[in-house]
Design a protein around this ligand. Structure first.
Ligand code: FAD
Ligand code: MLT
Ligand code: ZN
Length: 476
């Protein structure tokens, strides 16, 4: 289409007028696409564009490139680092991928599933389940996040200790480049050494290098039995000791190892009393463990009981419950997954998604808690996360009675500096699984290796020289 045709008219011609939403239409509320999940930022979009096919995505990108209009790819908009909403300029389009939600094919013999980027994660888990197989990616937002967003952020979740991050679960991608070309990379191959690994470059690039339109994902055999236990532990050091015992005792059957601090659980108890959080009042930390066994439930139960007996003898567990059935297990997981919502209900907070070598986490928390308490008396630490992966959500809530927005306005910058300097000292990462987005982009020059950052800039320049794909995210 000639450049002289206004961009919005071109987009309407490509996707259909009903799928180009603008604020000019008084009946349209754009806030679901403009407001981030944590309600930290409300941007303003030139338009929300909803393509239905890879060909339409490619045409949209070409039209936007011709008009030098930036594109913000968006899936379920559950990201936590302000990566998928437009900025305040009113000049960026949101490319919402949710209409591209077809399951293209399943190959049980190759253990692969090929799907479009807008498929909701829970839908994919269901498709795999119906085929008698497992797609193991699992996280609290699975009812609304999309596989495109999971790939865009290289999401982690609660099964990483056994199955890895989203990157480890993906064999192939279909991607629309910044020029509007289509890369057909949907191979189901487990071996392919024909040059640079473009798939892994795209995964985790947060929409800054290309638009993922489809993916071929790995499937696994379903375990014969899954058991869940909830254990009270006297310290973080004890939790690390329990993790060691669990690795030894369960081997690859250990599929989840989550830690939850007492204050985090108290928030669940306060905001969702119907969930009946076990053991939390008498212990500083609880651990949620999952054992997935390929023999049978009796074998899994006896393995689990042996592990917990040893842990009780060694003093790294003081009390524990093992779920009797699937519904009890789901209730325990539901408590864990409710921490994010309970924390949000308590008020605006400062989130940190950090990773540190597991062995050093207890020392990190002890030292950093002390530094924060000295500078910000009364701050409340909402600590929880994927201890099995060395990934802690080390979150800071304003002191009791202090308004969250005011606390953030006055202290967020300094709190971040204290925490991130400590992360650096402990050889960790300032973003373990949520990504960088706009929220942490300004921090990378300080906390990322300069040579790595220079290579990242070179890649961005090569693949998106006009900086049209998600500008201001990851790299600034
Ligand atoms: P969006 O929020 O829409 O986008 C996220 C990023 O990906 C943006 O930068 C966007 O531009 C980019 N993107 C989206 N689609 C595409 C595409 N098709 N091509 C290229 N780029 C794209 N994360 C974890 O890692 N582990 C957790 O345990 C976890 N738990 C969560 C629990 C809750 C309650 C919530 C709200 C969030 C949680 N998250 C977690 C955050 C996590 O990043 C997302 O839930 C999920 O991965 C994002 O998917 P989405 O479809 O919502 O992506
Ligand atoms: C989680 O582990 O629950 C998520 O990463 C969300 C969060 O950090 O709040
Ligand atoms: Zn997490």
């Amino acid at each position: 289409m000639p450049i002289s045709v206004p961009l919005l008219d071109q987009l309407r011609a490509i996707c259909g007028p009903a799928h180009v939403l603008t604020a000019e239409d008084p009946a349209t509320d754009l806030s679901p696409w403009e407001q981030d999940w944590r309600k930290r930022v409300r941007g303003r979009a030139l338009a929300v564009v909803r393509p239905a096919s890879t060909a339409q995505v490619a045409e949209v990108v070409k039209a936007c490139a011709a008009h030098r209009t930036p594109i913000v790819p968006q899936g379920g908009n559950t990201g936590l680092v302000v990566g998928g909403v437009p900025d305040a300029s009113g000049q960026q389009i949101v490319l919402s991928m949710t209409r591209m939600n077809a399951v293209r094919s399943i190959d049980p013999d190759n253990l692969t599933l090929t799907v479009e980027a807008g498929c909701v994660l829970q839908q994919l888990q269901g498709v795999a389940d119906q085929a008698g197989l497992l797609f193991p990616l699992s996280l609290g937002a699975e009812g609304s996040c999309t596989i495109g967003g999971n790939l865009g952020t290289n999401a982690g979740g609660t099964q990483v200790v056994r199955y890895g991050n989203t990157r480890e679960l993906c064999l192939g991608l279909e991607v629309v480049t910044a020029k509007g070309d289509i890369w057909h990379g949907l191979s189901g191959l487990r071996k392919d050494n024909t040059g640079y690994d473009l798939r892994n470059l795209m995964i985790g690039s947060e929409g800054t290098l290309g638009i993922i339109t489809a993916a071929t994902l790995k499937l696994y055999p379903k375990p014969a039995a899954q058991l869940t236990a909830w254990a009270a532990v006297p310290s973080l050091q004890a939790a690390v000791q329990l993790l060691g015992l669990a690795h030894q005792g369960l081997g690859p059957c250990l599929t989840g190892f989550e830690v939850m601090g007492q204050f985090a659980l108290s928030l669940v108890d306060k905001h969702y009393p119907q969930l009946r959080v076990p053991l939390w009042q008498s212990t500083p930390w609880c651990v949620l463990l999952e054992n997935s066994d390929h023999e049978n439930e009796a074998h899994a139960r006896s393995q689990f009981e042996r592990l917990l007996e040893t842990a009780l003898e060694q003093g790294c567990v003081t009390d524990a419950v093992v779920a009797e059935n699937l519904s009890q297990a789901q209730s325990l997981w539901h408590i864990r997954e409710s921490i994010t919502l309970a924390q949000a209900a308590e008020g605006l907070n400062i989130k940190h998604d950090i990773s540190i070598p597991v062995s050093r986490i207890p020392a990190f928390v002890a030292e950093t808690d002390a530094l924060l308490a000295r500078e910000f008396p009364g701050v409340r630490m909402v600590d929880f996360g994927h201890l099995g992966d060395g990934n802690l959500h080390y979150n800071v809530q304003a002191p009791e009675g202090v308004d969250g927005p005011t606390f953030l306005r006055e202290h967020e910058e300094r709190v971040n500096t204290v925490v991130f300097d400590q992360v650096k000292r402990f050889d960790g990462s300032i973003s373990a699984e949520h990504g960088v987005g706009a929220l942490k982009a300004g921090k990378l020059p300080h906390y990322k290796d300069p040579t790595a950052l220079a290579m990242m800039r070179a890649v961005k320049q090569a693949l998106d020289p006009d900086n049209l794909l998600n500008p201001g995210r990851v790299l600034v």
